[in-house]
Design a protein around this ligand. Structure first.
Ligand code: COA
Length: 320
């Protein structure tokens, strides 16, 4: 057995901060941000939370799938920025949508989170343990940002993306994942709940910290590599891939991957101009936009790829 995506959904908060708004907060400007990152706007929570955004995206995905909430066997929520530690975000989403028969857990793989969650769903379906799985990538990264650090606050945004998978006949398609904890210091964020919390509370280490250039170099090297590994396992040529749905961190990263793979940039849809980097939500949001715009056709081969903190990276082949 293998999982097939039968529904997608997404949610972005109504409040928008554009690059000019950020230029009022830190020493930056619209031109610099556009040129270096491709980001123009990002959506930021006000009354929303990881729970409410995840629930909204999940509801849409369920509606799109035509499935009832009670039919969902498993909910995996990928998040690093939940307002909820206990119970987990997946349980909160379960409560929100009424998926009373689901088993629920969260997964932390940062910006690779949607791909890791999708792969975990596939593994459970292939093993015959669960039939219908809801995957949600959801982040309120604005909670983790130092709004005085122009190296990070310009990049990220909040939102949620979701997909419903159901079991179908067929062998599981190739998925390749990697992690390298020895390079974890490139992207860090200390918990505000450390036992030495009084020392760390609200100091810089409890905000998202990043060595931008190191992460950039890691991404442009590892993403083409892992896509190559998937293609080799699938025994197909790169020309057979219709679309590459990559984590939306930075336009220059996506362009560089396209160039390294010698593929036309048109095969790499992007929406970071609207949302910024929404970490584990980005692949789900983009997939949902493509789906709603009717750009995904039955039988198309699509490569999902994520990369980020951990370090972690991975890619999965899907057939629409
Ligand atoms: N606005 C204006 N100037 C800025 C700036 C900002 N927001 N941030 C940095 N600068 C300045 C720097 O101070 C530096 O100035 P200097 O040359 O006078 O010293 C100059 O711009 C270049 O800085 P640098 O850090 O080398 O920029 P960069 O080209 O590496 O771009 C990032 C910075 C963060 C956009 C880029 O490294 C990046 O996108 N990295 C990947 C990040 C990422 O995707 N992370 C998430 C992965 S999941």
């Amino acid at each position: 057995m293998r999982g097939k995506i039968i529904g997608t959904g997404s949610f972005a908060p109504a409040k928008v901060l554009d690059n000019n708004d950020l230029a009022n907060l830190v020493d930056t400007n619209d031109e610099w941000i556009r040129e270096r990152t491709g980001v123009v706007r990002r959506h930021i929570i006000e009354d929303e939370s990881v729970t409410s955004m995840g629930t909204a995206a999940a509801e849409q995905a369920l509606k799109d799938s035509g499935m009832k909430a009670e039919e969902i066997d498993l909910i995996i929520a990928s998040t690093i920025s939940s307002n909820v530690i206990l119970p987990c975000a997946a349980c909160e989403i379960q409560k929100g949508i009424g998926a009373v028969n689901a088993t629920c857990f969260d997964l932390n793989a940062a910006c690779t989170g949607f791909v890791f969650a999708y792969n975990t769903a596939q593994a459970y379906i292939a093993a015959g343990i669960y039939k219908n799985v809801l995957v949600v990538g959801v982040e309120a990264l604005s909670n983790l940002l130092n709004w005085e650090d122009r190296g990070t606050c310009i990049l990220f945004g909040d939102g949620a993306g979701a997909a419903v998978l159901t079991a179908e006949e067929g062998t599981i398609l190739p998925m390749v994942t990697h992690s390298d904890g020895s390079r974890g210091e490139a992207l860090t964020c200390n918990s505000r709940h450390n036992k030495d919390w009084q020392e760390h509370l609200e100091d810089d280490s409890t905000y998202l910290q990043m060595h931008g250039q190191e992460v950039f170099k890691f991404a442009v090297r590892k993403v083409p590599e892992v896509i190559g590994e998937v293609l080799e396992q699938a025994d197909i040529s790169i020309e057979e891939i219709d679309l590459f749905v990559l984590h939306q961190a930075n336009r220059r990263i996506v362009e560089s991957v396209a160039k390294k793979l010698k593929q036309p940039i048109e095969k790499f849809p992007m929406n970071m101009h609207e949302y910024g980097n929404t970490s584990s939500a980005s692949v789900g949001i983009l997939l949902d936009e493509l789906n709603r715009e009717g750009k995904l056709k039955a039988g198309q081969k699509i490569l999902l790829a994520g990369f980020g903190a951990g370090l972690s990276w991975g890619a999965s082949l899907i057939e629409w």
